[in-house]
Design a protein around this ligand. Structure first.
Ligand code: PLP
Ligand code: COI
Length: 366
């Protein structure tokens, strides 16, 4: 079904009639929050069956016209990615592993019966947007420009089948900390709901997975927690992942464990990077199932010292407390960041921000 554009696309640049004034932008960048402020531009590329990818534009960010019968509005044919651009101290701008996002985007596209986008085109679209909105990258520690490539089915057709028309769009949002609380560690709520079942869409980054997580997330927030944790669908026993992050567990013998990629969790790029960095530090990392009961027991006995969440938005965030609907809860370690968590976060962030060598070639300068 995928049609790959044979020749590189040329991007038309549309003029911006009224970019954000510099002083307004500066005040947004001083305290960007997460996901509420947007840059001036966006990239749009169209796909039509029989024609492939065409009409690439870099233009002003703004509303898009959609027919009310567009498939995305009815059957949720939508996928997205999340990656960041960093301002390095030498004045350059860098992306972190964008081709890994491009690959995952295509894996999601396959699962949602959508056309694949050539990886180079995905990366080029992201780069063009970052260059156009270069002035929107916050420079302070912990801040970056969050990039959101996504694809929607735009064909006006109410029969249930894969659409024949799509739009790929990239928008950008200056970002600070994902978690507002600023607490040293987050608290998580173990949901009774299920996020993904075997054979479902759990490994794809599609909007539908997040729609299904909103009630559980609202429950977590209502009880004062920061994120929701999902267990497996079959036994409701094995730890899978959070609403928007993967999980790692750190033990007293220095080893780490993270749930395996068995089709129901998102294959996080941060997760993959941390596994590699940890192994290079000489740590044993196991990709194995871990039950909620074992977790509770290990936290109580002191065998488990640390737990952290990781993802593009959350970077590396310690988990301090876990609460369940049966009223039980437990604390991990001291309830704050553990040593291995802090060390791995520092290693990763230093590479992303150009403060440490990049032996893996993960950093892509624009
Ligand atoms: N799991 C879920 C459900 C996510 O939404 C994310 C964020 O993208 C992740 C894990 C972490 O993935 P990554 O590290 O590629 O951002
Ligand atoms: C990301 O980390 O990029 C995500 O998509 C997760 C979401 C919580 C913002």
């Amino acid at each position: 079904m995928a049609t790959i554009a044979e020749a590189p696309l040329s991007f038309a640049s549309l003029p911006h009639p009224a970019p954000t004034p510099a002083d307004v932008r500066a005040s947004i960048l001083a305290n960007p929050g997460f996901g509420t402020q947007f840059t001036d531009h966006m990239v749009v590329i169209e796909w039509t069956e029989g024609q492939g990818w065409h009409d690439a534009t870099l233009g002003p960010r703004g509303p898009i016209a959609l027919d009310p019968a567009a498939s995305v509005l009815h059957y949720a044919q939508e996928i997205f990615e999340g990656l960041k651009a960093y301002a390095h101290a030498d004045g350059s701008v860098a992306l972190f592993r964008p081709e890994a996002n491009a690959q995952r985007f295509n894996a999601s596209a396959q699962r949602l019966a959508m056309p694949e986008l050539p990886e180079e085109l995905f990366v080029e679209a992201v780069k063009r947007l970052v260059l156009a909105d270069r002035e929107w990258i916050p420079a302070q520690e912990g801040a970056s420009l969050y990039l959101r490539p996504f694809m929607i089915a735009t064909e006006a057709f109410l029969g249930v089948r894969a659409a024949k028309q799509y739009k790929f769009i990239v928008i950008a949002s200056p970002a600070g900390n994902y978690f507002k609380s600023g607490a040293p560690a987050v608290s998580i709520w173990v949901s009774d709901y299920t996020r993904a079942a075997p054979g479902g869409t759990g490994a794809a980054k599609c909007g539908g997975n997040y729609a299904a997580s909103l009630v559980p997330t609202a429950e977590a927030f209502a009880r004062g927690h920061d994120q929701v944790l999902f267990l497996d669908a079959a036994e409701h026993k094995w730890v899978e992942e959070l609403g928007g992050m993967n999980l790692f567990f750190g033990f007293e013998d220095g080893s780490l464990l993270t749930p395996p990629l068995a089709g129901t969790i998102l294959p996080g790029i941060t997760r993959a990077s941390l596994i590699q960095l940890a192994r290079e530090e000489g740590l044993t990392v196991r990709e194995e199932r871990y039950s909620i009961d074992q977790w509770r027991e290990d936290a109580a006995s002191g065998r488990l010292l640390e737990t952290f969440a990781c993802g593009t938005a959350a970077v590396v965030t310690p988990v301090g407390k876990v609460a369940s609907p049966d009223g039980s809860s437990f604390t991990i370690g001291s309830g704050g960041p553990g040593q291995t968590t802090a060390k791995l976060k520092d290693r990763l962030v230093a590479i992303q921000r150009g403060q440490a060598p990049d032996p893996h070639g993960w950093v892509v300068k624009i």
